[in-house]
Design a protein around this ligand. Structure first.
Ligand code: R5P
Length: 325
């Protein structure tokens, strides 16, 4: 790998950054005097000090803005600022999970468009381009004036299933757990050459306390099912959809969710739900109880990211790896 490339990691997902570094055959650049990850001042403020020269270099900074979102976002902004002031030639923020993405429009009055503000902050800090994975909404790319390379995980999941779970494929229907994610599930269905169904959830009125109604559009009775979603947070969307599908006569139910946040009681919900296996990627660093859970399986995005970094650095097309929407 070229001497002009630098790979740097924030504290959010050091393991993923290390895997990417191995694949690129580079060493991770230090962002702090004591460790590879940024440290803290005694009052808790983030301390960043890039340990190698980056003057004239092309620097890729790996940092998902996963929980604690605000800490990880500030670390990323400070690293970008430090790199800019240290005369890096190009700074690419590699954000495998882009936090605040679900606040991408004004659903009602007096709320922020947080995803847009995060994009503005990154640009103000001095980022030249962004590399990200499975954005909640593709239009977030338009919040940036700098180039955004948006990688998708449909082919990654499809390949993983073909390679490790071919037994899932004989009788499978791919299902989106909500209308908003249909395009995402359709891509996986296309990759696997399987039919598509949809769980449509809505409230009969605009009142939050009104229970949601779940309708299944498409034929799942007697079929195995693969639920596809971008985010697994509380696990509620996935588990309620799985229960509804089981009630409709679905047999084995599997899931593939790109970003596994596993907040709150998510793991307990998954344990009780009629889900046989949940695939998530390593865009977010997982705690041991997630990686060790018998229902959870991790699919790595490291190669996808390494390939994209390699292509960006070599000024080659990233289009084979990119969303084609
Ligand atoms: C919603 O629009 C997203 O695509 C996910 O379905 C949602 O964020 C999952 O959240 P939870 O796991 O908390 O239901």
């Amino acid at each position: 790998m070229n001497e002009n490339l630098r790979l740097l990691s924030g504290g959010a997902n050091l393991a993923l950054a290390q895997r990417v570094a191995e694949l690129l055959d580079v060493s991770l650049c230090q962002a702090d005097a004591d460790a590879l990850t940024p440290g803290r001042f005694p009052d808790g403020e983030v301390r960043v000090e890039i340990q190698q020269t980056v003057r004239g270099k092309e620097v890729f900074v790996v940092q998902p803005t996963s929980p604690p979102v605000n800490d990880h976002l500030i670390e990323l902004l400070l690293m970008i600022d430090a790199l800019r002031r240290a005369s890096a030639n190009m700074i690419c923020a590699v954000i495998p999970y882009f936090g605040y993405a679900r606040q991408d429009r004004k659903k009602k009055g007096r709320v922020p468009i947080s995803a847009r503000l995060v994009a503005n902050l990154l640009e103000t800090a001095g980022v030249d381009r962004v590399l990200t994975v499975e954005l909640h909404a593709g239009q977030i790319q338009g919040f940036f004036d700098v180039p955004v390379d948006h990688l998708r995980t449909d082919a990654l999941f499809a390949e993983h299933i073909r390679e490790h779970h071919s037994d899932w494929l004989s009788n499978l229907v791919v299902v989106s757990p909500d209308i908003g994610g249909v395009w995402r599930a359709r891509r996986v269905a296309k990759e696997l050459e399987k039919p598509l169904a949809i769980v449509e959830k809505h409230r009969r009125s605009s009142k939050e306390e009104e229970p949601e109604v779940y309708n299944v559009i498409g034929d799942v009775a007697g079929h195995d099912v693969l639920l596809v979603d971008d985010i697994l947070a509380t696990g509620r969307t996935l588990c309620l959809a799985a229960e509804r599908l089981r009630a409709e006569g679905a047999k084995d139910i599997f899931a593939a969710c790109t970003h596994g946040l596993f907040t709150g009681e998510a793991l307990s919900l998954i344990e009780e739900a009629p889900l046989r296996k949940v695939l998530v990627t390593d865009t977010i660093a997982h705690r041991a109880e997630v990686t060790g859970h018998p229902k959870v399986e991790i699919v790595s995005v490291a190669k996808l990211l390494a390939d994209a970094i390699q292509r960006i650095f070599s000024r080659k097309s990233v289009s084979d790896l990119l969303v084609r929407s």
